[in-house]
Design a protein around this ligand. Structure first.
Ligand code: SF4
Length: 136
């Protein structure tokens, strides 16, 4: 098992600062890989990252919700060009540097979303995608 960063990630990045095994990396390029990603083969499930995330985007793999009920106002981020994700997001990361995401939308109160597709996206990033190259 490992921890998984879901589409609630807005690249704030404090998770990466606390990870004791440095297995969390920001997706690059950010328009195609908008989240931070956790290398599942290196994660030791210490759970240090989960409480650090201001977006509550991180879960253990077996606890990623298939029915996530929004409080309202949470930002979902997806790769640029994803249908229905037409809003740009601007915020700041853990260091106070600007963050811009190209394809987001805000959740309505009570809206139910399935966050489980993030498990495959996270695994793909490290199995064949740029995450694999990033840590080699
Ligand atoms: Fe890193 Fe621990 Fe989070 Fe795994 S659970 S990504 S080892 S901080």
């Amino acid at each position: 098992m490992a921890h998984v960063i879901t589409s609630l990630c807005v690249r704030e990045g404090s998770c990466a600062m606390v990870c004791p095994v440095e297995c969390i990396v920001p997706g690059k390029p950010s328009d195609l890989y908008p989240w931070y990603y956790i290398d599942p083969d290196t994660c030791i499930d210490c759970d240090a990252c989960t409480p650090e995330c201001p977006s509550n985007a991180i879960f253990t793999a077996d606890a990623v919700p298939s029915e996530y009920k929004a409080k309202g106002g949470e930002v979902l981020s997806m790769p640029k060009g994803t249908p229905g994700f037409s809003e740009k997001y601007s915020g700041k990361n853990h260091d106070g540097d600007p963050v811009h995401l190209e394809a987001t939308r805000k959740l309505a109160p009570g809206e139910i979303v399935d966050l489980t597709p993030a498990k495959k996206a996270n695994a793909d990033y490290f199995s064949e995608g740029p995450g694999y190259r990033a840590i080699m």
